[in-house]
Design a protein around this ligand. Sequence first.
Ligand code: FES
Length: 100
Amino acid sequence: MESEPPQFRRLAESDRPRIRLVIDGRACEALAGDTLLTALLTNGRRLRSSEFGDGPRAGFCLMGACQDCWMTTETGERLRACGTFIAEGMRLVSGAAEQP
Ligand code: FES
């Protein structure tokens, strides 16, 4: 499990309704209207592992252009994190729990 502070820190709009989700088996919270990318990076430091073995990925463009933010749910569904809104009860896999 990651012990470093999250990659993103929320500075505004913190009064939106809370959404519960699970990341790598860990109960987390995001806010209504967050993308998966925002939800993951306000709760941790990564979206997924690189398929080329060069380490964790956290997205790049944050606007749907680079394709660096594809990730999976626990059921194997592939989602683009910067273009998908979080929904109550989503169960996402970043692979952080498997890192040394
Ligand atoms: S971060 Fe570039 S497409 Fe999602």
